[in-house]
Design a protein around this ligand. Structure first.
Ligand code: KMH
Ligand code: ZN
Length: 281
């Protein structure tokens, strides 16, 4: 947690829940996903958090769909870090969710969701039992894939630390705190401090938040020396009542805030160094 370290911006360009009815610029097709990744990367994102969709918008964890989307992204921004989701969408089986980690070459990093929770109200549950987390971590360890530890609540950090102590989760740990998801921890200053004070000093973290909380919580993270996650997966508005026309616009806003606060933006290779990935030529 070094406040003068460059800022890693992750763009969560697509997600599994948000639709074109919410914002017509949400990408579904391979080309749309490639373009959104390019806009985000050109604006300053060093990591693309990737979910993929069928052309009609249905979320999928299909390995071939990931393969062609990744190919498209690499064609447009060859050096960006691609971080596939292993969370997928609620209701998917573990086998479905794990598909992107069996890609060749394997991704450098992927998400590892650290607990079960009620999911955005209603009746849905996002299931990540302890055995599931251990299984996902092992599959990623075997393929030398780093994990971004997705924590939607404080108990998920405790789970990750317990599994780290038992050797299932390896160092160096990189957390992503997702705030304001209904069923998880609130997006508030008090709660963000609670989370950041709960992780080991040698770990890194980024912060994302839902809807109108996105930019305030990211700003706090920038000040605290954390990193930033932004994008349509979490928020579709550039400002109150103004829909963003691309993930690039959302990333640009984070870049402006960060520069005003005196933090430069990390390139993909600088991001690799900060979170402990192998730097690329
Ligand atoms: N779509 C959520 C159910 C992740 O990417 O790992 C899970 C999610 C977390 O988005
Ligand atoms: Zn996700």
């Amino acid at each position: 947690m070094n406040p003068i370290e460059k800022l890693i911006i992750t763009a969560a360009i697509c997600g599994a829940e948000v639709t074109k009815e919410n914002n017509p610029y949400v990408p579904y097709t391979v080309e749309e996903i490639g373009k959104e990744a390019e806009f985000a990367s050109k604006a300053g994102a060093s990591i693309i958090h990737l979910h993929v969709r069928e052309d009609d918008g249905t979320p999928t964890q299909d390995k071939e769909r990931f393969e062609i989307c990744i190919e498209e992204i690499k064609k447009r921004c060859p050096n960006v870090i691609i971080l596939p989701s292993t969370g997928g969408a609620v209701g998917m089986t573990n086998e479905e969710r794990l598909q992107p980690i069996y890609l060749e070459p394997p991704p450098e990093i992927a998400t590892l969701d650290c607990g079960t929770m009620n999911w955005i109200g209603g009746d849905e549950i996002f299931v990540n039992t302890e055995n599931t987390i251990i299984h996902f971590a092992k599959e990623m360890n075997d393929r030398k894939i780093k994990y971004e530890l997705e924590c939607f609540d404080k108990g998920m950090i405790d789970t990750a630390l317990r599994l780290h102590e038992r050797g299932h989760i390896k160092d160096p740990m990189h957390f992503n705190f997702m705030l304001g998801v209904k069923g998880g921890i609130n997006a508030s200053v008090r709660d963000l401090l609670f989370l950041t004070n709960s992780i080991p000093k040698n770990s890194t973290f980024s912060v994302g938040a839902i809807g109108r909380y996105e930019f305030p919580m990211i700003t706090l993270s920038i000040i605290m020396g954390g990193h930033a996650r932004v994008g349509f997966e979490d928020n579709i508005y550039l400002s109150k009542g103004v829909l963003a026309k691309s993930n690039g616009e959302l990333v640009e806003k984070v870049v402006r805030i960060s520069k005003e606060l005196g933090r430069d933006i990390a390139t993909p290779n600088e991001a690799r160094k900060i979170i402990g990935l192998k730097v690329k030529d």
